[in-house]
Design a protein around this ligand. Structure first.
Ligand SMILES: Nc1ncnc2c1ncn2[C@@H]1O[C@H](COP(=O)(O)OP(=O)(O)OP(=O)(O)O)[C@@H](O)[C@H]1O
Ligand SMILES: [Mg+2]
Length: 397
């Protein structure tokens, strides 16, 4: 009889957990739709505000008589920076925030991001990474957001400073787990602090959009974190004791790919030859990419928009001097961008190799590039090593 009641209780708790998760999922979805609608435009507008403030600051920085103006501009710039990081969070859990996953060793991402966000504070980070950790298919930018949100919260919970311990280990989840996860290999990440802890009532709400106990908090940090982990098919939970500290536990599906392949790919330089077409409306981007391609042995040609790129491609194709590959900017203001250009290029040459490059790594095209006709992506800004690694991948098979 006693056993029966405890079974029933455990079942009730599980059912409640499940209901809470479903409810949270629904809340996230509606807020995500709303956020996605405005965040993208808002981000572009902020880009303009930001760019122009920076321009004014550079113009007046050297003039001592404009000291007051510079101070005011610096304050506006700080505000714009905060607004930008907020929009970034909104973009991430909106519909467009699909992760662009790649095989990663998550240790350097965790270390860099946690160190960055505790710099200059009285808090130190301690790492316990298990040996032979598995690799994972993750979006490095989004994982960085997850770690930074957790570390910032942990740091804020310890105003006098303290230690944040980050533990990463391999974990095998079996069929009987209560985490609602499919069985398999996972990376278990724990972020522990020695801060003030979270009360039972608050713990039920911390992942809710806009829930905050801080006077200057937006309450989006953990919402974004939750949404990112879900999009990576993982799980996040919290364990906290008031006055003692808080531990966030994350499970991320591990990949069965081996580290060796990854190492080899990221170190190799790329060598090639032939004509390459670079389409970008920004002349400085053209020049930079051109320089990288020249060094690899290619002969770069440039187009300022999709239409221009199509003309150049058609002409080369007619003369049987096709471009070896093309790099297309995803968005060209007011003109044809990469998404349409690649469709038209495929009509000219079904074997065209097109890479899409974009500053909007959140754009759905970037997450699903293959179904749009591209063979690779270059999130801006990119380095020559990233370009080389991508080209090695494309021309390997
Ligand atoms: N490590 C922690 N220790 C104590 N309380 C925490 C911790 N992490 C989160 N919380 C609680 O959860 C709430 C929600 O956190 P969340 O990161 O979503 O928003 P925020 O930190 O308040 O604002 P922001 O949008 O700036 O991150 C916090 O206001 C705080 O009350
Ligand atoms: Mg926060």
């Amino acid at each position: 009889m006693i056993q029966d009641i405890s079974k029933q209780k455990a079942f009730e708790i599980e059912r409640k957990k499940l209901e809470e998760q479903i409810l949270l999922g629904q809340k996230m979805e509606s807020i995500g739709t709303l956020a996605g609608g405005i965040a993208h435009d808002f981000n572009n507008m902020l880009g303009v505000i930001f760019g122009n403030i920076t321009y004014l600051l550079e113009t007046y920085e050297a003039h001592e008589e404009h000291q007051e103006l510079i101070e005011v501009l610096s304050d506006i710039k700080d505000g714009a920076e905060r607004a930008q990081s907020l929009t970034q969070q909104l973009l991430t859990f909106s519909k467009g925030g699909k992760p662009v996953k790649q095989l990663c060793d998550i240790r350097p991402i965790i270390k860099e991001s946690s160190e960055f966000f505790t710099r200059g504070s009285r808090t130190k980070c301690k790492y316990c990474f298990a040996e032979n950790l598995w690799f994972a298919q993750v979006d490095p930018g989004q994982l960085n957001q997850v770690v930074s949100n957790l570390v910032i919260n942990a740091n804020q919970a310890m105003p006098e400073g303290g230690i944040i311990t980050i533990i990463v280990e391999n974990s095998i989840i079996d069929l009987t787990n209560s985490l609602l996860l499919p069985p398999g290999n996972y990376l278990k990440i724990m972020v522990k602090d020695m801060g003030k802890g979270i009360s039972k009532e608050n713990a039920a709400n911390i992942f809710d959009p806009f829930f905050t106990t801080k006077s200057k908090g937006s309450g989006l940090g953990l919402t974004t974190t939750y949404s990112i982990i879900k999009k990576h098919n993982g799980h996040i939970a919290v364990d906290s004791k008031v006055g003692q500290g808080t531990t966030f536990v994350i499970y991320l599906p591990a990949s069965d790919s081996t580290p060796n392949r990854l190492d080899k790919k990221s170190i190799t330089v790329h060598v090639g030859k032939g004509k390459v077409l670079v389409m970008d409306d920004d002349e400085q981007v053209q020049q930079m990419t051109g320089r990288m391609l020249c060094r690899m042995g290619y002969e770069p040609h440039f187009a300022i928009d999709g239409r221009h790129a199509l003309e150049m491609y058609q002409e080369a194709f007619n003369q049987k001097e096709s471009f070896k590959f093309v790099i297309l900017d995803l968005t060209v203001p007011g003109e044809m961008g990469g998404k349409i250009a690649v469709q038209k290029l495929m009509q000219i040459d079904p074997n065209v190799k097109a890479i899409v490059s974009s500053g909007y790594s959140n754009d759905p095209v970037m997450a699903d590039y293959q179904s749009y006709g591209f063979c690779g992506i270059l999130p801006k800004p990119y380095s020559s090593v990233q370009l080389a690694a991508l080209l090695n991948g494309i021309f390997e098979d």
